[in-house]
Every structure is written in structure tokens, then in C-alpha cells.
Design a protein around this ligand. Structure first.
Ligand SMILES: [Zn+2]
Length: 253
């Protein structure tokens, strides 16, 4: 690290749990963030500010007026601009030392597999179930830590699925795919603005802990926030041994 970096990251370096070693680990890390909306905005902004060396962020949407109530990486001047272009500008302004790879593509499973292969952690900040299930399958297959978040109305959820550890469940163990194709896009539901900020920030916290190998990760636990009562709960998740994604029958193949 040069003098400039030592200053920029000094408040991290002062933390004994992180120090120079941890900060260097962050600088060498690569995180894939799927979604540049309400969750992806704060998660990506904190990871960029924290000096995570490479961020790949994907989203195929353009900035819309209805996004601006909560998607803080974007602003009024950027309505109509690709979200990836907008978020890249925001992240570069925060920290020009971070390499931002912004991909304006609709992600299918094959593409996610290709992108996740090179990542140290994956953040699910997407807004639809097909993408969530695809990200989970990819992370289970590659054994990449998946930091999953969701926020609707006044309720937030965060969980980590790190299948490098035995007995860790996956997203599918928690929410088995039902197969009915009802419109479950979070985008069409109401959401309390700062709630996505809280959830996205918790996702950034868990990702940074994974990258620096500190603390106790929210692995195999689901953190639930009720924004109306401001009560947090954390529940331990059980692995489903017959899960079609991560169950023992799959591992034997
Ligand atoms: Zn599973």
C-alpha cells in the first residue's frame, strides 16, 4: 500500500481485526454484485469505499424516477441512463482505486457461472426469484460464499450461504422453488426507503467479514428485521438433506 492508501484506509487499518493485512486482502478481492438497485446501491458503495479491489456489478435496467426513492447510487440527472453506467460513476467518484466492471446484461445461469467463478464472494441484490435461484445454484456448485438479501414493505432479510463449510444450507433449502410463475418481482411491491439501505449495508458487513476472515459470519442463519417495530431476529437454518441443489444426494453425483 502507498501513503495515499494508508490514509484512505486508515480507519480500517486502526481496527486490530483488519489492520494492514485485512486491508490488503480487501484490495486483492473481487466481489460479484447482482443488481444495482436498492440493495446493490449501498452494498456496492460501501464495498467500493472499503477498498475492495474489483467489483463486478450487473443489472440490465435503466434508472427510472420510481427508483430514486431508495436506490441511492443513482440520481435525478441519470434518469434514463443504464443503472450500470450510473453505479459505475458513483463508485468511481467514491474510490477511483477500485476497478468497477459494470455489465448491463440480463443474467442467465451460464453467464452467472462464468462471472462467479472468478469472485471471492457473491452478493444477491436481485429483485426476482428466477435470478435468486440461479445465483444460488451457481454459488452452491462453485462453493462461493453467497450473501443474500431481500427487502419488501417494512421487512428485511439477510442470510449467508457459504457451502465451503459442511452442513451449511443453501437458499433453496430455505425457500424451495415452487415452480408457480406468479409475479413475485419485489419491484412491484411497496418498500420503505431506508430498509433497503439497512439490508444492503448488512450484506456489505458480512461480505467484508468473509473477505477478511473476521468475526462470526451469518452463515446458515437468517436475520430478520421488522422495520415497524425495529425488532431483529436471527434464526438458525437447517440443511435439507434432500435439497435438489445442495443435498447429500447431489454431492454424491
Ligand atoms: Zn440446499
Amino acid at each position: 500500500m502507498n501513503d495515499h492508501q494508508l490514509l484512505r484506509y486508515s480507519r480500517h487499518i486502526l481496527l486490530p481485526q483488519i489492520g494492514i493485512t485485512g486491508q490488503q486482502a480487501l484490495i486483492k478481492s473481487h466481489v460479484l454484485i447482482v443488481g444495482a438497485g436498492g440493495l446493490g446501491s449501498p452494498a456496492a458503495m460501501y464495498l467500493a469505499a472499503s477498498g475492495v479491489g474489483r467489483l463486478t456489478i450487473c443489472d440490465s435496467d435503466k434508472v427510472d424516477l420510481t427508483n430514486l426513492q431508495r436506490q441511492i447510487a443513482h440520481n435525478t440527472d441519470r434518469i434514463g441512463v443504464l443503472k450500470t453506467d450510473s453505479v459505475k460513476k458513483t463508485l468511481n467518484d467514491i474510490n477511483p482505486e477500485v476497478e468497477v466492471i459494470a455489465l448491463s446484461e440480463r443474467m442467465d445461469e451460464a453467464r452467472l457461472l462464468e462471472l462467479a467463478r472468478d469472485a471471492d464472494a457473491v452478493i444477491d441484490a436481485s429483485d426476482n426469484f428466477p435470478t435468486r435461484y440461479a445465483i444460488n445454484r451457481v454459488c452452491a456448485r462453485l462453493k462461493k460464499p453467497l450473501v443474500s438479501g431481500a427487502a419488501v414493505r417494512f421487512e428485511g432479510q439477510v442470510a449467508v450461504f457459504d457451502l465451503r463449510h459442511a452442513h451449511t444450507p443453501c437458499y433453496h433449502c430455505l425457500f424451495p422453488e415452487s415452480g408457480d410463475d406468479q409475479d413475485t418481482r419485489c419491484a412491484v411491491m411497496g418498500v420503505f426507503a431506508p430498509l433497503v439501505g439497512i439490508v444492503g449495508c448488512v450484506q456489505a458487513v458480512e461480505t467484508l467479514k468473509i473477505l477478511t476472515n473476521i468475526g462470526k459470519i451469518l452463515n446458515g442463519r437468517l436475520l430478520l428485521l421488522d422495520g415497524l417495530t425495529m425488532e431483529w431476529r436471527s434464526i438458525k437454518l437447517n440443511k435439507d438433506s434432500s435439497c435438489i441443489v445442495c443435498g447429500t444426494t447431489v454431492e454424491e453425483l
